[in-house]
Design a protein around this ligand. Structure first.
Ligand SMILES: [Fe+2]
Ligand SMILES: [Fe+2]
Length: 329
């Protein structure tokens, strides 16, 4: 087995001792009304909403207008919130009384929270198992609900965070894999899990690099390029993740022209699942807002990607992706 020196995990945003940031885009389901919500004004945390008070779209928009990207909840409330969502997800998704849009929202919020936990604790066996269960539910829901991608598209975070990006890529990957003929079975779920955990290795990289508000220096880029290997080695050690997800996560930055990393694989060495994840990964990275630039529109993102089709990314899979988005919009 290759050896790699692993830095400490959990390189997420520095948190205050008592409060945890929650992106505004996460606040979609009624579950959040159980917790006290705070906002940060200058350096102080101020109570914003009492438990039980609905958090609707107008409240979110008002906060955005005042440049709040996150609200805050108490650390203890955060784990209660996650557990509540996890425990109820299956119930919500199988309840015929619940609207598909609400199901999509519950699915999105829960999976985002699970990935956030994974980034803080990437070798947690329990965390991986929760992700596996959630991906199975996500795949079944997307396969059986014609409007699923469309609903998820409406709620997908427009702001880039590693955890929302991971869930966005998982959502696109399952939808694109279905479209390109993957049977709705274990293979599809393993591919979905690979997409959900593809960037988990970034939790081993210095937070100041992964969140830098500008271009990376060559040295920083070299550090960043280690994330597929970090993910592979930390997940492999847990012994609970299958061979295929390990393979796909390790290779998600390989390109068919051989100019990717970490191994410079080329052509058929880059398998179809990896080609699918790669396209979804690039699209989401382009179409979400960064601290240092606005989001490209879906159309602009596809235009940028078109130039890479046939060299860096698979041309046929790319066309299927264009058709998939065409059906959604
Ligand atoms: Fe990556
Ligand atoms: Fe990514």
């Amino acid at each position: 087995m290759n050896t790699i020196s692993m830095p400490a995990a959990g390189q997420s945003a520095p948190e205050t001792p008592e409060y945890v940031p929650i992106p505004l885009s996460d606040l979609r389901t009624d579950a959040v009304v159980d917790t006290q919500i705070y906002i940060k004004l200058a350096d102080a945390f101020v109570k914003y909403r009492e438990p039980g008070v609905p958090f609707d779209e107008s409240v979110r928009n008002r906060l955005r207008e005042h440049n709040h990207r996150d609200i805050y909840i108490l650390k203890d409330d955060c784990s209660r919130f996650n557990l509540y969502l996890e425990a109820n997800l299956q119930k919500i998704l199988s309840d015929p009384q619940v609207d598909d849009a609400v199901k999509s929202s519950a699915l999105y919020t829960t999976t985002v929270n699970l990935v956030r936990e994974m980034l803080n604790n990437p070798d947690s066996v329990e965390g991986i198992k929760s992700c596996q269960q959630a991906v199975e539910l996500a795949a079944d829901f997307i396969v059986s609900t014609p409007q699923a991608l469309s609903n998820l598209f409406d709620i997908i975070s427009q702001d880039y965070y590693i955890y929302t990006h991971s869930v966005n890529v998982m959502t696109y990957t399952i939808s694109l894999a279905m479209k390109s003929g993957y049977p709705a079975d274990t293979e599809l779920k393993e591919l979905g899990l690979s997409a959900m955990l593809h960037d988990v290795g970034k939790s081993f990289i210095d937070w100041n690099i992964t969140n830098k508000s500008g271009p990376l220096t060559p040295d920083e880029f070299q550090m960043m390029k280690l994330h597929p290997e970090y993910a592979y080695h930390s997940l492999e050690k847990t012994g609970v993740i299958g061979e295929y997800p390990l393979f796909a996560i390790r290779h998600h930055h390989e390109k068919i022209n051989g100019r990717g990393y970490p191994f410079g694989l080329a052509g058929a060495q880059v398998d179809k699942g990896v080609r699918i994840i790669s396209i979804c990964d690039i699209f989401d990275a382009l179409s979400t807002r960064r601290v240092y630039r606005d989001a490209y529109s879906g159309f602009e993102s596809l235009k940028i990607m078109k130039d890479k089709a046939g060299s860096e990314i698979d041309e046929r899979v790319f066309l299927e992706f264009v058709h998939l988005l065409g059906e959604v919009k």
